[in-house]
Design a protein around this ligand. Sequence first.
Ligand SMILES: [Zn+2]
Length: 311
Amino acid sequence: MQYPNSLVARLYKARYFANSSLLEATKGGSPSFIWSSLIETQDVIRRHARWRVGNGNKIRIYYDDWLPDSINRRISTFPYPFMENATVSSLLNDQGERWDEDSIVNIFNERDANLILSIPIAKTKREDELFWPEEDNGKFSVKSCYRVLSTVPRNITEEKWTSMWNLWLPAKIKNFFWQACTQCLPTADRLIAKKVNCSKVCLLCNKADESTLHAFVECDKAKACWNRIGSSLSSVGHTSFSEWIHNVFTVLDKENQSIIIVICWKLWFARNQKVWNNINIPPAIIVETARNYLKDWKESTRAVCSTQESG
Ligand SMILES: [Zn+2]
């Protein structure tokens, strides 16, 4: 992207996005492996890259990230229908030398207007540039992209998250699950990274260091639970818990997805019982209590729903 005329960029552009920019491209009929990976990375780039305003010709006012606000770089004012596809150049004066302040104040809410007017316009007219705020020099690099990728749940698209989020489960379990997928549970590796003085070994199996992936996938305790529910859930070859859950969810229906999440929750409870009270909860009990919990919860919510319907 930094070098749009490189040979690879030109080949891909010719084949897949003749009339659009890299960030707007979608998967074509038979996307190559590299291209598929690029599209996945594209989402991350789109969220983190930012436009530097030059002549404003390339930046779409309402659909691009161009405001100097690290929380939300998009315009928050609802667009007038006739302006929907307008570019930032239409907000500059006729000579393109400065912002058209009167129009901006009239069109946008106060927050948007203030942010727009805080962006300096260069006297020398230059093209708009996409830059990468993760690096000091603004140049996109695979290394920094990888760093960003490693902080977001890998291989889980927003669509997938939404479908998980819509599973019929109590909010506290969904929150727990979110923490697990984003590596925010206080597992030993996380605690040690935060300089907490604790053992790095998993106390449930004493065989390996404790991480989210280990606790819910690789640990003997976890494997024994997954064996009990009869699913052939492979525990090898995954790099993160969220990657594992993504693969598992691809082959399971909603009912089984829910039970997997509740078992993870009960596994975490068993882990805490071992760590804090030295109580050992066998896999059979973990799976059984998870099944009963889900059944009871569904029955109680069903009862509430039917009372509301009849009342
Ligand atoms: Zn273990």
